[in-house]
Design a protein around this ligand. Structure first.
Ligand SMILES: [Zn+2]
Length: 510
């Protein structure tokens, strides 16, 4: 059985690359598929996207105004119970212990079931968050109780500005406490997702460079997030094990995330911030734990564990334990309330939505289909190419009664302008060469929202790598490695101005 985690960086965006959601999820060849950063709202999802064939799904959406984050789980196995968030503030499940009998599976374990905010938060919780539920408002976690283990799919907050530090620290502590309490209650746990922390130097593309000096090493290792991660997986009393590292203890470049803005993936200049962390009791079940860097379409790649179908009983070598026995749900038990197939939109209580999402049919909004049936807009509404190049304050209507009717000289000039403008537009793009390597550059577009969004620019075409020239303020000149990208930069608009056909026109006149 494969359990897979992937930060997909927007489900609507990524589905654009696939025929259907089913094709997308099935293609991952996993039995439990956990996504982070779905960036979706419930209203934007259709029936064919939340349940199909053997998969059911569970979602946590962002409840605040922030439109990012969101996590979901597609599962072939039916969990005993599902909970949104980490605090139990939204929905609380009856936590069961890993029993074998169907009857016992659903029995709540009193000491866990009765936890409250005080016991959950312990001593470490940040006092600024008086309401723990607040930490669950961004759609960052789902807890699924599969009986044999509790699976927690999490999207931890990223490095943010100062205003987010308290939120981030409190989220971490809440996650840790939830795991500690579950484990003390005798539960096995699989925590997976985008933890947003590159734990060790080996997990970071600049790890060697950053830890070369004693001071650098100290700064790297004592960073709050890394110390939290130590507490989670590396201390003697840690509840979890970094199973991917356990299977591949010395593998370098085992990265799961790459900066798209600097095109860092081709040279594998990345970080390992996506993890599968498990309680030691599950280790005998794990056949493989790895990353899937050949899967594209996001700035992250999937990570996964494969579980054995059966293992020898550690307590009685005459017996064999079967995974199916531990995961099967009691017959006749209902799907957990949080299951997407229980949503009003899809269970018959509200059917209007689903008709827009039939498989293979592109969603067409009623307003758009209406406008299609009306007369197409007049072509004159479209800007004509010449209009961009008309000299200001002059018309070219050709109207004989117009006092501004152009003279013959003006008309020739005007024709020349249009001709040269066309020439500039149709001319092959001039590719600038970078100064350090004297090699052809590559053109990029600004994606970041802001005044420059959509603007094009050229960069050195070499790959980024350790010591690439990110600019004087980012790296010491002495540390620059000239085998990688140099700091050449030019806006495309600046370049076009130098070579535009208008220059030809000017020289014609002289
Ligand atoms: Zn260069």
């Amino acid at each position: 059985m494969r359990v897979l985690s992937w930060n997909i960086n927007g489900i609507r965006r990524i589905l654009g690359n696939y025929k259907s959601c089913e094709e997308f999820v099935r293609g991952l060849e996993a039995d439990i598929v956990c996504f982070q950063e779905t960036k979706a709202f419930k209203s934007a999802l259709g029936a064919s996207q939340v349940s199909f064939d053997t998969f059911q799904s569970y979602w946590s959406f962002c409840h605040s105004n922030r439109s990012y984050s969101g996590v979901c789980v597609y599962s072939k196995e039916t969990p005993l119970a599902v909970e949104e968030g980490l605090s139990g503030g939204y929905t609380t499940f009856s936590v069961s212990i890993p029993q074998l009998s169907d009857e016992d599976k659903l029995k709540p374990l009193a000491n866990i079931h009765s936890y409250n905010q005080e016991t959950l938060l312990g001593q470490n919780y940040h006092p600024d968050f008086t309401n723990v539920k607040q930490l669950d408002t961004e759609g960052r976690a789902l807890c699924l109780d599969y009986g044999m283990f509790v699976l927690i799919n999490v999207y931890c907050p990223a490095e943010g500005d100062e205003s987010r530090v308290k939120f981030k620290k409190s989220f971490h502590e809440l996650l840790f406490e939830r795991i500690r309490i579950l484990k003390e209650g005798g539960r096995q746990i699989i925590l997976l997702g985008d933890i947003n922390i590159a734990h060790r130097a080996i997990d970071h593309c600049d790890g060697l460079e950053l830890t070369r000096t004693d001071i650098g090493k100290m700064e790297f290792e004592t960073k709050y997030t890394r110390q939290w991660m130590d507490k989670l997986v590396s201390d003697d009393n840690s509840p979890l094990v970094d199973i991917m590292r356990l299977f591949h203890p010395t593998r370098e470049g085992m990265f799961t995330c790459w900066n798209q803005l600097i095109n860092a993936r081709p040279s594998n200049y990345g970080t390992r911030i996506d993890y599968v962390l498990i309680t030691p009791g599950l280790i005998p079940w794990v056949k493989e734990a790895d990353i899937a860097p050949s899967v594209y379409n996001s700035d992250h790649c999937p990570v996964f564990i494969d579980l054995h179908d059966s293992i020898p009983d550690p307590h009685d070598d005459t017996k064999v334990l079967h995974l199916k026995d531990y995961l099967s749900k009691p017959k006749g038990a209902a799907l957990p309330p949080l299951c997407a197939s229980n949503w009003d939109e899809f269970n018959g209580k509200q059917t209007s939505l689903s008709s827009f999402f039939q498989p293979g049919i592109k969603k067409i909004s009623p307003s758009r289909s209406l406008s299609r049936s009306t007369t197409p807009k007049n072509h004159r509404d479209q800007p004509q190419i010449e209009s961009f190049f008309q000299p200001r304050g002059r018309t070219n209507s050709g109207d004989h009664n117009n006092p501004a009717n152009p003279t013959k000289k003006q008309k020739v000039d005007n024709d020349k302008t249009i001709k040269s403008a066309w020439k500039a537009l149709m001319a092959p793009k001039r590719v600038p060469k970078c100064k350090v390597h004297n090699e052809d550059c590559r053109e990029y577009t600004v994606n970041k929202p802001g005044p420059n969004k959509g603007k094009k620019f050229w960069l050195c075409s070499r790959n980024v790598g350790p010591g690439y020239d990110a600019g004087g303020s980012k790296r010491n000149r002495a540390d620059v490695d000239s085998r990688y990208r140099c700091n050449f930069f030019v806006w495309s608009s600046h370049l076009e101005r130098d070579m535009s056909g208008i220059e030809d026109y000017k020289s014609d006149k002289q």
